[in-house]
Every structure is written in C-alpha cells, then in structure tokens.
Design a protein around this ligand. Structure first.
Ligand SMILES: Cc1ncc(C[n+]2csc(CCOP(=O)(O)OP(=O)(O)O)c2C)c(N)n1
Length: 440
C-alpha cells in the first residue's frame, strides 16, 4: 500500500508494523520497493532497549529490512525521523526506522532541524554545465522514472509538454511510460524486453535521463553494444524549471530520424482480447495497477500510456500479491493529493489470492477501485490451480461483484461502475493464452 501511495504521489508512503512477525512480513514489500526505487518509509517496532539481544519475545535482529538503509532509534531525538524521511524521499528508496518500545514514553528534545539536507539546494549545476552539446546524427533520448526526481505530482504531468517539443526521438523505460504521451510523433514508447529494440540499435548516441539501465531495458543480447554509446545524464529534478532550462540550453542535432514502429502487438486469443476490452473501456488516464503474470504482459503490450503512472507494476521484482494492496495505496494517494483519476486493478487469480485479505480495507473505507481478476485457473504457464469462489468472497467483505464470461459484457459492467462511487470486483473467466516472445 505504501509503495503504491509513493508511486502515484511521487512522495513518500509510510507503513507501520509491530516488532518481529510484523516486520518480517515486510520483507518482500520492502525488497519490491528497493528494486523499483520507491520511497517507502517503514516504521518498525522493537522491544524495550534493555531486552534487545536477550532472546526476548518477538526480538530479532532487524537488519534484514535494510536493503537500502535503516535507522535504529537510540535516543528520543526527532532527527532520526527527519533523516529517515529525507533519505527515503530524496533517494527514492525504502528506509527502515526502528523504534524500541521504551522510547515512545520519552519526549523528543533537542530538535535540530538543520541536521537534514535541504533537498532544494541544487546539485545539478555541474551536470547542466558539462553537457551543452550533443553532436550525434541519430540521437535518442531514453527517459527513466529517475526523471521524476522529487517533483510534485502536478509537475510530473508537465514533463510531457517539454519533451514533445524536442525534435528528436524519445524512448522510455516501463516505469517511466507516459512521461511523454506515447501518441506524440517523437515518442518511440517502451524499449527493451517488452518494447522496441530497433531504435536503440540504430541510434548512434543514447542520452539517458533517469534510467537505471536494467536488463529489462538493455537486454542481455545487445547490452554491451548499447552501453558503449550511452551518455548518462544524472538529473535529479527538484522542479520543472530545471528540466525546461536543461533542454533550452542543450544544443542537439535536432532531427526525427526514425519512423515510429507501428507493429504493435494486437490481441489474438481470449486472454489478450479481454484485457484489450478492459483497457478500451476504462478512462485513458486511469491508473492501472497490475499484479505479476500474463495479465501484466498483455496490459503492457496493449495499453498506450498517455500520462505518468498510467500503469503501475512490480517492474524489477515481479512480485505476485503486489497488485491489490498497491491499488489501495494508489487510491489513498489520489484522495490525499486530489488526483482525479480512476484506479483500476488488473490481477491474475493466483496473485489476487496472495493478499486477498486486503479486501477488508477496500470495504471498510469504501474505496472506489475497479478490481478485475482474470480467472484462467492457471499460474501463467506454470501449472493449473483450483480457485475459490471469488464472488462469494467479495460478498463476505460486502463488496459489489459480478462474473463475466464473454468479452462483450465487459463494456456495460465498466460503464455502470464508472457512474457509481463504490468498489467493484469483476471476475473475468478467461482462457489461457501464450505470451509473445520477449526480447532477450
Ligand atoms: C510471490 C511470487 N511467487 C511466484 C512468482 C513466479 N510467478 C510469476 S508469474 C506467476 C503466475 C501468475 O499467475 P496469476 O496470478 O494467475 O496471473 P496470470 O499469469 O494467470 O495472469 C508465478 C507463479 C512470483 N513472481 N512471485
């Protein structure tokens, strides 16, 4: 939930757990946030300091959550909170703040607000001065989600306009999709494992802004070739003005040397047809949250992203069970930040079962989320599964639900849902379908 909240708001998602088992339950989500560069602040419990290391009830070494960093709070000082918050926000990584029980009884003193770094102090100046001219004949901009820096949500939306004005092809990683409207003439869209490779190969210079260049983007077979012609620009944007100035000061051989690849994947079997029908019936700017599985790939291949965070997925960890809680966090984020977008979860049946108890949160807060479970009775290609009756489960949680067998019925259910203001679970019976081969 905290991860979903952080991604849609481009701010911080905070979660709070008890000591021991509460914290071990966070292992997968924190690893997920770490791999996908998401600002999750995990506040974890601990026994009183005098019992630490003494085999006390629920006492265990807590370092396992420090994939990136963790703070053990040893004194009642607010600086721990300020530093953890700052680290988490500016570095786009999960941070643990572990607070022993006895400290809750003390009052925080010595508040030194100068102890943490001011994120508004520029550290981009060198980068901006160093790179003034790009002389390549076939330059290609590769944009990753690092470009979002610590921009506000509203500023994230403004990047598209700046990028569309550049007369040079622009490609994106999956997490950055929609940073420029994929329908724009100069936008190649997604590149890499599930996207275009031709443009990456043909470019004579790839200017990377904000991509970690993971194997999802620079796939194994062409990785070295691509790395050798990549220029990394380490922009950490704090405001949109910096990006505007960067492009205004940059002299590039402006040309749109590539024709857009229109050979997009088109739906063929039952699974992809139904995913396509869903995509065509929800608002274009909806935040689609996926789980991990075939539905993720079909959604990725069939959706044209027009706005940042059009699709939120577990990109680098591929975590089943991510979708439902992440969609809840996204929904809370849209409420808190006045983001007027529908939230749609597309999940497989296997992944949906992994965190199905979170339906209680959807029910309790009456969150308007469209939850769609693609019921193919299979875990991707791996094996068949027996499913419970998802509709009865939704009934038990007091959530409206329906069961769809034909693709033609998807449209009317979604139209009705959009008119109302409450959650709905749609179970879509689906045949299994093989995925197209990825680029490797
Ligand atoms: C926690 C976890 N366990 C196992 C996997 C390996 N895995 C990836 S996709 C997948 C199957 C997903 O099945 P389902 O949720 O039904 O979605 P579908 O593929 O049918 O769309 C599995 C087992 C994983 N990614 N995460």
């Amino acid at each position: 939930m905290a991860d979903g909240y952080a991604r849609i708001t481009n701010y911080i998602g905070v979660c709070l757990v008890t000591a021991g088992p509460g914290s071990t339950n966070l292992t997968t989500p924190i690893a997920n946030a770490y791999k996908d560069n998401s600002s999750v602040l995990a506040i974890t419990g601990r026994c009183q300091r005098k019992y630490i290391g003494k085999n006390y009830f629920q006492e265990i070494n807590m370092d396992f959550l420090n994939f990136y960093k963790g703070y053990f709070v040893d004194k009642a000082e607010i600086n721990y909170v300020a530093n953890a918050f700052n680290d988490c926000l500016t570095n786009k990584k999960p941070v643990q703040l572990n607070i022993p029980a006895d400290l809750y009884k003390e009052e925080a003193k010595d508040i030194n607000t100068n102890a943490y770094i001011d994120i508004n102090k520029g550290d981009n100046e060198d980068t901006l001065n160093d790179i003034k001219e790009i002389t390549a004949k076939k330059p290609l901009f590769l944009i990753g989600q690092g470009i979002f820096g610590t921009l506000s949500y509203k500023e994230m939306l403004k990047i598209s306009k700046i990028l569309q004005k550049i007369n040079c092809p622009i490609a994106t990683t999956f997490p950055a999709r929609g940073v420029i409207n994929e329908k724009a003439d100069n936008c190649i869209g997604l590149v890499g494992r599930r996207g275009d490779l031709k443009s990456l190969l043909e470019a004579d210079k790839i200017i990377n802004i904000g991509s970690s260049l993971s194997y999802n983007t620079y796939v194994e077979s062409v990785r070295e070739k691509l790395l050798s012609k990549t220029l990394n620009i380490n922009l950490k944007l704090k405001n949109i003005k910096e990006l505007k100035e960067f492009f205004e000061n940059l002299s590039i051989e402006n040309n749109n040397w590539i024709t857009k690849n229109n050979n997009k994947f088109s739906p063929s079997g039952d699974y992809s047809n139904k995913i396509n029908e869903i995509i065509e019936n929800i608002p274009e700017d909806a935040v689609i949250v996926t789980d991990a599985g075939k539905h993720t790939v079909f959604t990725c291949l069939l959706k044209n992203c027009i706005i940042p965070r059009n699709i939120i997925s577990s990109h680098s960890f591929g975590t089943m069970g991510f979708g439902l809680p992440a969609s809840i966090g996204v929904k809370f984020g849209t409420i808190d930040f006045n983001i007027d977008r529908e939230v749609v979860l597309i999940s497989g049946d296997g992944g949906f079962l992994m965190n199905i108890e979170e339906l209680q949160v959807v029910s309790e807060y009456d969150l308007k989320i469209l939850m769609i479970v693609m019921k193919n009775n299979n875990l991707a290609e791996f094996c068949r599964i027996k499913n419970p009756n998802f509709n009865k489960i939704a009934d038990a949680f007091g959530i409206d639900n329906c069961y769809i067998e034909k693709a033609d019925d998807i449209s009317s259910e979604i139209k009705n849902y959009l008119k109302k203001n409450k959650p709905l679970l749609i179970v879509v019976e689906t045949e299994n379908e093989s995925l197209p081969k990825p680029n490797v």
